[in-house]
Design a binder for this molecule. Structure first.
Ligand SMILES: Nc1ncnc2c1ncn2[C@@H]1O[C@H](COP(=O)(O)OP(=O)(O)O)[C@@H](O)[C@H]1O
Ligand SMILES: CC(=O)OP(=O)(O)O
Ligand SMILES: [Mg+2]
Length: 408
């Protein structure tokens, strides 16, 4: 079965096509600048040069059409016919309290995702556009949705409630949901395999450090607490997001700067974090380069970024009364040995002894970066959210096919 995995953002759409008999990625790519002039489609097939196509792509329906054209392209394609795509799996960031696992898309599921637009205004409307665009282009193909929030539905109320009047939770479901669940789930399972220990017996802190970033306390295989909240703004300092701050900053800034609520929201989501503090970039690579060249604000941004991660690791060790392993993953977590070193050099009290040579190794495989006698292991485990989405989609579609045939 071939499964196309889609991660639709407001102006972008990432895709990966899997052959599920081998879990091989047949092709992958992304469409950027949807709805703007000169949109870009980048398409990759293993062992072949990347293809870049610039054209006008005004909406997600056209973006999916272009992706399907590319997948069946005479020269760059990998399929002879779009009928060779048997199912689609979507990443959906917010599943609220309605979804604790992945599901196949039907009218009721779409309605629930729509109801959650308010809680994830940057993400869910875009995912819906992706789902609708597939319906237009491939009306017969089953679609599944895999939620970032689902893995965190096991958190106890003491972790997910905010200390505000409970009526707000009851009326509007204002609470911590947590995100990047697919990634925290995937790397915790990979880590347990790698350590050769049952996941159910482990205390793990997983740090997904990408553009968006979050830490999770995973106790006996279940999410116990996580740093992102009702939306993906809470918690760690990120590329462009502020992470934790005193909520009083919002009304205060509104008054002092004569800004609208939307403008403050946009400031916290898109113009804060590494970008704001460094004054250089939201990209950790550029910040580290500037820091090495002596840029003071880049150094401060880097230190703040690392310090926040360390504070969450410490908090989660206390929350679980111990830790067996700390795991780094995602773009920054997998690639920035400098950041990992900065975090780990202050975790010695908790039994972490970094091995600098191991920390400098680059690999696409899980690896340990602590010494053999370190009481706590620190691992780098490359994440693969798309593979988990493809696996869930495959399972749901096969179960449905089995159910349909038993009804005949
Ligand atoms: N070698 C590297 N060193 C430091 N940071 C890196 C490196 N490679 C990639 N990154 C960071 O990874 C980030 C993207 O992470 P990723 O997990 O792909 O994010 P997302 O999925 O949220 O777009 C980039 O913003 C970049 O800062
Ligand atoms: C939920 C979230 O922050 O996602 P991303 O890291 O892809 O922005
Ligand atoms: Mg990501």
């Amino acid at each position: 079965m071939n499964i196309l995995v889609i991660n639709a953002g407001s102006s972008s759409l990432k895709y990966q096509l899997y052959d599920m008999s081998t879990e091989q990625v047949l092709a992958k790519g992304r469409v950027e600048r949807i709805g703007m002039d000169s949109s870009i489609l980048t398409h990759e097939v293993e062992q072949q040069p990347e293809v870049r196509e610039v054209s006008e792509i005004l909406d997600h329906t056209t973006a999916i059409r272009k992706v399907l054209d590319m997948l069946t392209h005479a020269k760059f394609g990998v399929l002879s016919n779009i009928q060779d795509i048997q199912a689609i799996g979507h990443r959906v960031v917010h599943g609220g309290e309605s979804f604790s696992e992945s599901v196949l898309v039907d009218q009721a599921v779409k309605l629930e995702i729509r109801k959650l637009f308010d809680l994830a205004p940057l993400h869910n409307p875009a995912h819906m556009m992706g789902i609708t665009a597939v319906e237009t282009n491939l009306p017969e193909v089953p679609q599944a949705v895999v939620f970032d929030t689902a893995f965190h539905q096991t958190m106890p109320a003491s972790s997910y409630l905010y200390a505000i009047p409970t009526v707000l939770y009851k009326k509007h479901q204002i609470r911590r949901y947590g995100f990047h669940g697919t990634s925290h789930d995937y790397v915790s399972k990979r880590a347990a395999e790698f350590l050769g220990k049952p996941l159910e017996s482990l205390k793990l802190v997983t740090c997904h450090i990408g553009n968006g970033a979050s830490c999770t306390a995973i106790l006996n295989g279940r999410s116990y607490d996580t740093s992102m909240g009702m939306t993906p703004l809470e918690g760690l300092m990120m590329g462009t997001r502020s992470g934790d701050l005193d909520p009083a900053v919002v009304p205060f800034t509104l008054n002092k700067e004569d800004l609208t609520l939307n403008e403050v929201n946009s400031m916290l989501n898109k113009h804060s974090g590494l970008l704001a503090v460094s004054g250089i970039s939201s990209d950790m690579r550029e910040v580290v380069e500037a820091m090495k060249a002596g840029h003071e604000n880049a150094k401060l941004a880097f230190e703040m970024y690392a310090y926040r991660i360390r504070k969450y690791i410490g908090a989660y060790i206390a929350a679980m009364d111990g830790v067996d392993a700390i795991i780094f993953t995602a773009g920054v977590g997998e690639n920035s040995d400098v950041l990992r070193k900065e975090i780990c050099r202050h975790l010695t009290f908790f039994g972490v002894t970094l091995d600098e040579e191991r920390n400098a190794v680059r690999s696409s495989e899980p690896r340990t970066i602590t010494t053999d006698d370190s009481a706590v292991s620190v691992l780098v485990v490359p994440t693969n959210e798309e593979l988990l989405i493809a696996r869930d989609t495959y399972r749901l579609v096969r179960n449905k096919l089995a159910g349909d045939s038993s009804e005949l």
